[in-house]
Design a binder for this molecule. Structure first.
Ligand code: KG4
Ligand code: ZN
Length: 332
């Protein structure tokens, strides 16, 4: 018998719900993005985010069930992001999931958002040949809040190799996007304007030798100096965007590929919002000693499908009681 899991995600600025079968087959995937609400502030406003989650979450869940053609009684479980993330935003998802799971007599599953990003790589996508990632795998999670390099030895068995010491990769994209007047979120905007342009001036790369950690704040400052014309006339925006992107992609891809080789990984899993970046995906494929997995862009940014997939593979470990609470600082 196949197992259907409903996955709910509200940790930041996406209200999302999806139904996934056996951790792999995407039956529905509904994402209500709030970016238009936060755009004018140049970043996510936590209070605005929670209020909007509350307004749309029930519709989003209903739509996910309807699109999957599935009733509450068909569900093997209700999975929800318990952390890390914005506390008010997480609470909306956790309390909704708890209430609905209890009311419909379904098991409740509390999932870690970062672990779930990795599981986006287990989801089958129509039109793409399916291959299951082989373990151990090297995971590079690059999102608005995190830049983590982890070794996934088995389901639920992780070793964190490195993390950012300052800005997350996505945060750097967003801040530089703002510096260049490209709006929010900066990642997709930078990728778009940089397309077809090459950096004439090279921006710095923080290699942090002998460590799997990352640092992007120096690069951000270098862009600021360039924009202000402190090192000669400011280069055109597309060129600066290209130089910034090149630097981030270079560091992420080289360090991830080197770690995969050193740790004897059998696959490299890219995930998180920044994994939607085309040049990053290409650079990893070129440099990685092992097959690279990257979800389609819609599954790179926050979504409910990855929450459901993660809950499927970790079912017994993520079973939660009715006292499940949001864990904004969940370290994993
Ligand atoms: O995973 P995600 O949706 O939310 C978090 O958990 O943070 O990631 C959002 C981040 C934002 O910083 C956004 O600028 C970045 O992912 N991003 C990209 C691209 N698409 C989204 N960064 C670079 N290139 C992209 N195409
Ligand atoms: Zn995320």
């Amino acid at each position: 018998m196949s197992a259907l899991i409903l996955g709910i995600e509200t940790s930041c600025d996406e209200t999302a719900a999806a139904v996934v079968e056996d951790g792999r087959v995407l039956r529905s995937n509904i994402i209500a993005s709030q970016f238009h609400l936060h755009e004018r502030y140049g970043g996510v406003v936590p209070e605005v985010a929670s209020r909007h989650h509350l307004e749309v979450i029930l519709q989003v869940i209903d739509a996910a069930l309807a699109e999957a053609g599935c009733a509450w009684a068909d569900l093997a479980g209700v999975a929800v992001t318990a952390g890390p993330g914005l506390s008010g935003a997480l609470l909306v998802g956790v309390n909704t999931a708890k209430t609905l799971a209890w009311a419909h007599g379904r098991p409740l599953l509390g999932v870690n958002h970062l672990e779930a990003h990795l599981y986006a790589n287990w989801i089958e996508v129509a039109g793409r040949p399916y291959r299951e990632p082989e373990l151990p795998a090297l995971g590079l999670i690059v999102s608005g809040g995190h830049t983590d390099l982890v070794l996934m030895r088995d389901h639920g068995v992780y070793e964190r190799l490195g993390r950012t010491r300052d800005d997350a990769a996505g945060e750097a994209f967003d801040k530089v996007g703002r510096l260049l007047g490209l709006g929010f979120p900066g990642g997709p905007a930078i990728e778009r304007v940089a397309r077809g342009h090459r950096a004439r001036r090279r921006l710095p790369r923080a290699w942090l030798r002998n460590s799997d950690d990352f640092s992007f704040s120096g690069l951000k400052t270098a862009v600021l100096h360039a924009v202000r014309g402190e090192e000669g006339p400011p280069p055109p925006v597309p060129e600066l965007a290209a130089a910034f992107q090149e630097s981030v992609v270079d560091v992420l891809s080289k360090k991830a590929a080197a770690a995969a080789a050193r740790e004897g990984a059998r696959s490299l899993l890219l995930s998180g919002g920044v994994a939607a970046n085309g040049p990053l995906r290409e650079a990893l494929v070129e440099r990685s000693p092992v097959p690279v997995f990257a979800p389609p862009p819609v599954l790179c940014t926050d979504n409910g499908a990855m929450i459901a997939a993660c809950a499927h593979f970790r079912f017994e470990d993520v079973r939660a009681g009715w006292d499940l609470d949001a864990r904004p600082d969940w370290r994993w």
